[in-house]
Write a protein that binds this ligand. Structure first.
Ligand code: PLP
Length: 347
């Protein structure tokens, strides 16, 4: 995927999204999720833009995005990273001033050991598995984990600043069941002598639609970038931040060639299945080659005309979520699968 295509990132729109999210979640705080290079938007630019509109929390599963977020956000911001990793990697995160999500007893010990080596207590957010079975301390092991965390706290190795979990957002009933497990876990942590100040459970969808899931902090990725839930409603004040645009390079009989292509993945799956936005309205994407694609032409189509494959509703374009739904996937996927060779241009 090379050539004249660009991923155009509208930082003003991102800031409007973050403001809308923060207003809706208040008094809960908002942690802006910047995993996977800020969902392909670029960690540094996104973090700086979020700080300008008051964001104070960032988080990423991957340590690399977390470290970059901390460097961009500075000392006043809190950054949280939740990959279960090695003692050495945990030590690097601690030295960078990053708070750690811990959903595994063995990892709790590694984090404590890393903190002893760095000479300052680790800020730990203990994770209870509330049903997703991905990562998290299982409810049957929770009391023992809290007891051990309390010992490590007394020893000065860690401070348990938060309790958290991640939920499926597949149905209200399963989320309610997870929330009950979460509340029990917080109560058990307090009984074990811990004093977690920050409880966080929800990501975009549950936090937006269900106030009782907000607790002290919500972790919002998708909605900050204007990626709505698959088959979910459009949201007041939220629009897509990134637009994939490509110029027309050639006009043939009935078709126009555009300067973006792919050999595999999301983009090639779109051939014959989506319409793109052109100066004359929507036109069908006919076929996709490794370095170019063809779309239906329009009267007067000429090289240099700009075509939007996905973009913002405010610009009349289909969003990444609209296009993703046509191949039965989520709106994050076109962003995360986009070649790093496509330049990111900030507007
Ligand atoms: C990705 C992620 C989020 C953000 O989810 P969105 O639906 O994009 O808001 C929150 N928490 C965890 C643990 C995640 O991995």
């Amino acid at each position: 995927m090379i050539g004249g295509a660009q991923l155009r990132i509208d930082l003003g729109r991102f800031q409007r999204n973050v403001r809308a999210v923060r207003e809706r979640m208040a008094p809960a705080d908002v942690l802006v999720v910047v995993k996977d290079d800020a969902y392909g938007h670029g960690v540094e630019q996104i973090v700086r833009a979020a700080c300008e509109v008051g964001a104070e929390w960032f988080g990423a599963i991957d340590p690399a995005s977390a470290v970059r977020a901390k460097a961009a956000a500075g000392d006043d911001a809190r950054v949280f990273s939740w990959l279960t990793t090695t003692q050495a990697a945990a030590g690097e995160l601690l030295r960078a001033g990053i708070e750690l999500g811990v959903g595994d007893i063995g990892y709790l010990e590694r984090v404590a050991a890393a903190a002893r080596a760095t000479g300052a207590p680790a800020c730990v957010h203990l994770k209870i598995d509330t049903g997703l079975h991905r990562n998290g301390i299982r409810p049957e092991a929770w009391s023992e984990a809290c007891a051990r965390a309390s010992e490590l706290e007394h020893a000065g190795d860690i401070t348990v600043v938060g309790i958290w979990s991640h939920i499926a957002e597949a149905s209200d009933a399963s989320d309610d069941a997870s929330r009950a497990v979460f509340d029990d876990a917080v109560a058990a942590a307090r009984s074990a002598g811990l004093d977690p100040q920050i409880r966080h459970l929800a990501a975009s969808a549950a936090a937006w639609h269900r106030a009782e899931f907000r607790y002290d902090l919500v972790r919002i990725g998708a909605f900050c970038y204007g990626v709505r839930s698959q088959d979910g409603p459009e949201l007041e004040g939220i629009d897509a931040v990134a637009a994939l645009v490509a110029p027309v390079t050639e006009v043939g009989s009935g078709t126009a060639t555009i300067d973006v292509g792919s050999a595999d993945g999301v983009f090639s799956s779109w051939a014959g299945r989506i319409e793109v936005s052109t100066p004359a309205g929507r036109r069908r994407l006919l076929d996709v080659a490794p370095f170019s694609s063809r779309i239906e032409a329009w009267p007067g189509a000429a090289p240099g005309d700009e075509v939007t494959i996905f973009g913002a509703r405010a610009d009349g374009a289909p969003t990444s979520t609209d296009q993703a739904e046509l191949i039965d996937t989520v709106g994050e996927e076109p962003l995360l699968r986009l070649s790093p060779l496509i330049p990111r241009v900030y507007v």
